[in-house]
Design a protein around this ligand. Structure first.
Ligand SMILES: Nc1ncnc2c1ncn2[C@@H]1O[C@H](COP(=O)(O)OP(=O)(O)OP(=O)(O)O)[C@@H](O)[C@H]1O
Ligand SMILES: [Mg+2]
Length: 668
């Protein structure tokens, strides 16, 4: 190319007014997407709230204007000129550059990038009144754009059409109470808005922001205000509360589904991928593994539910619309939804093709509901300019889709397909068989990748195995593993060593049994309120339940291995102490059930009875003898008997610490 410009004259591109139509009406494909773009700007401006208001001449006729209000940063006069009036300029690209360079830390990454979203105003209506003010300023910047003027002058250049602005002292009534923020009032609506339209808009918003991550609906709220629908809604509110459009847009779907469906949660952070599988709220397993070879994905989260008939029913009752019509797996990029992924007929993960061709049971998008959330600072997943066609094709998109299919959908599918084979057990043998199958399945999961760092299995599973007795179950599993292929056996080995670890823990707990018992009695002195007492009793029960079989096992082990007599005695003592603990606890619990209120008791004789029954054996083993003397006193009071037991326990306990071998107890 010739670098010598001496004989050249400069020329400039001219931009025809038609450009606005091109952007506003061709790229922003429908009125819902258009309102969505404007609310996205509110979100980007750091607002905590955005309001979409439909304004009619009276409370019954359809709206003539739409107002979008936010309490975000607002714009100064200079911002308006440099940013808002600058076509295809996005201040957010600069922000993103700063974040990437590390000059700026933003807790929320802006979603805007292209600098075209504002033309949604034109998509929605012929006129725009924009009011905006920044924090600390008293007056508002009021800009008026009359888009008709652009249409009426097809031969003019874009910059020749004036847009007027002035400063206003008075806060517009629609923005009452807003310190800083932006109000857009759009008039001359190009399309009608009725109940169905506003309802559809509300559903859009429910899906707009990531409902789970902190950048989502939790912090940013959208409220719809459509007074013209209030009367109509009164009857709807009774029949279908989920179909009410006025008010705060909420989505509690994820919480609601958790208890009724199977869910997989996957998250990748700092190169470690964590997978958690939950069945109706119960965690089945948690897998941590190292992931390598990802070029684009740095941080991703996914929560996907498998919806069976029951879960679909729950879904429909909660949202007021069946899942097929609501959507499937949504993609959120930096906290905001990427359209149209997850829409009812969308299959961005390519699952339905597979299902049609499949010879075995594959999950289709109709059986799935959930979210995938990616963090994207570098802009690797650019949205296509037309805001209705998702992410641009390319390697980054391919990697994302493959990741979600392999690490999320397939893992969930694997479990769903397998678990349908595990019948509900009716006999003990069947139960053992089923547990074995479950463990085998989980072991298979863990070995599917060499990079596994740790696996945690559900307590209920380990417990089910533990039912057979600690050492027996070890053998049981070892036996089981003989039939497995080597890879799975390896995973089971990992499980077994974890199990041995927990056995060891129980063993050391046994050694601390006596300490615990003493501790519990001392603690009980401080246990004044019902709740605390309940906790104490509960703990007591747990200790006793867990320790007894373990102790018996240890005893067996000690005997078989000819360990010292001394140790055997100690173990025997511990077992007896434990039985005592259980007995006493039973009494306390019984008292709780038998007497719902205080009981008239002769306190001295109650103490005598109680002490004689529960203490001598225990003290005896420690070489302490107990002399109890209760005179013929009649002291009857309304008490909770067990509170007396607790006090007495405490006294005796303290005595045995200080006094040598004899406890003389006199009740006067
Ligand atoms: N509600 C608002 N509050 C504060 N500033 C706003 C608001 N709406 C728009 N702006 C400013 O106007 C600019 C243009 O907005 P526009 O939506 O056209 O582009 P964008 O959000 O940057 O990118 P995209 O086209 O991807 O949405 C924004 O970058 C921002 O600086
Ligand atoms: Mg925008």
């Amino acid at each position: 190319m010739n670098e010598d410009y001496t004989n050249f004259k400069p020329l400039h591109f001219r931009i025809n007014t038609y450009l606005k139509d091109l952007i506003g009406r061709e790229l922003l494909t429908n009125k819902y997407v258009a309102v969505f773009e404007l609310v996205k700007n509110s979100y980007d401006a750091g607002a905590t709230d955005a309001w979409v208001k439909f304004i009619s001449n009276d409370d019954h006729s359809p709206p003539t204007k739409i107002a979008i209000l936010d309490n975000g940063s607002g714009m100064s006069r200079k911002d308006i000129e440099d940013k808002w009036m600058n076509v295809a300029k996005s201040s957010k690209r600069d922000t993103l550059d700063e974040i990437e360079r590390g000059d700026l830390k933003l807790s929320k990454i802006p979603v805007g990038r292209k600098g075209i979203g504002r033309f949604s105003c034109d998509k929605l209506g012929e006129t725009l009144d924009l009011y905006t003010r920044t924090s600390g300023t008293s007056s508002w910047n009021h800009l008026i754009a009359d888009w008709k003027k652009f249409q009426d002058a097809p031969d003019k250049d874009f910059q020749e059409i004036p847009v007027v602005i002035r400063e206003e002292k008075k806060t517009p009534s629609l923005a009452a109470g807003i310190e800083s923020g932006t109000l857009l009032v759009i008039g001359g609506l190009r399309e009608q808005w009725d109940y169905q339209g506003v309802l559809r808009l509300k559903r859009h918003f429910q899906k707009l922001l990531d409902p789970v991550s902190p950048a989502g609906l939790g912090r940013f709220k959208v409220t719809i205000d459509a007074p013209f629908l209030r009367t109509e809604e009164e009857s709807i509110a009774k029949k279908r509360p989920a179909d009410v459009v006025n008010g705060l847009v909420r989505s509690t779907l994820f919480q609601d589904l958790e208890g009724v469906a199977t869910k997989i949660s996957v998250s990748l952070k700092d190169g470690i991928l964590t997978t958690i599988l939950l069945d109706r709220g119960v965690q089945l397993y948690k897998l941590n593994e190292r992931v390598e070879g990802l070029k684009f994905i740095t941080s991703i989260e996914a929560d996907v539910f498998y919806l069976d008939q029951a879960a679909k029913g729950k879904f429909t009752r909660t949202v007021g619309i069946a899942p097929v019509n609501y959507g499937n797996v949504f993609l959120y990029r930096n906290g905001v939804r990427v359209f149209p992924y997850g829409e009812p007929n969308d299959d961005w993960l390519g699952l339905n093709m597979r299902k049609q061709q499949g010879y075995r049971r594959f999950l289709s998008s109709r059986e799935l509901f959930g979210r995938v959330a990616v963090t994207d600072i570098r802009g690797v997943w650019e949205e296509a300019s037309s805001r209705d066609s998702g992410i641009k094709d390319g390697d980054a998109r391919d990697e994302l889709v493959k990741f979600v299919r392999d690490k999320v959908v397939l893992r969930l599918e694997n479990y769903v397909v397998k678990s349908s084979e595990w019948q509900l057990p009716s006999s003990k043998e069947e139960k053992a068989e089923r547990n074995a199958k479950v463990i085998e399945f989980l072991a298979g999961m863990a070995t599917s990748d060499k990079n596994v760092l740790s696996v945690e299995y559900a307590d209920s599973l380990t417990e089910a195995v533990r039912e057979k007795g600690a050492y027996e179950s070890l053998e049981f599993i070892e036996d089981l593993s003989k039939d497995l292929d080597p890879e799975k056996r390896k995973a089971l080995g990992r499980y077994l060593s974890a199990f041995r670890e927990s056995l060891k823990e129980i063993e050391s707990e046994a050694a601390a049994a006596e300490d615990d018992a003493v501790f519990m009695r001392t603690a009980s002195q401080y246990v004044k309120t019902g709740t605390l007492r309940l906790i104490a009793e509960h703990n007591l029960n747990i200790i006793a339940r867990r320790l007894e079989p373990a102790l018996l096992d240890i005893g067996k082990y000690a005997k078989e291995n000819n360990l010292s007599r001394n140790l055997l005695d100690k173990i025997e003592d511990a077992v007896k102490e434990l039985q005592l603990l259980k007995e006493r606890n039973k009494l306390v619990l019984k008292a709780r059930w038998d007497v719902s209120r205080k009981e008239e008791t002769n306190i001295p004789s109650y103490i005598e009875q109680y002490v004689r029954e529960f203490w001598p054996k225990s003290l005896d083993r420690r070489g302490i003898s107990l002399q109890i003397e209760v005179g013929n006193i009649n002291y009857r009071r309304e008490i909770f008997p067990e509170t007396i037991s607790l006090v007495v326990d405490n006294i005796i306990d303290n005595c045995t610490k200080d006094i040598g071998t004899e406890v003389p107890l006199t009740v006067q």
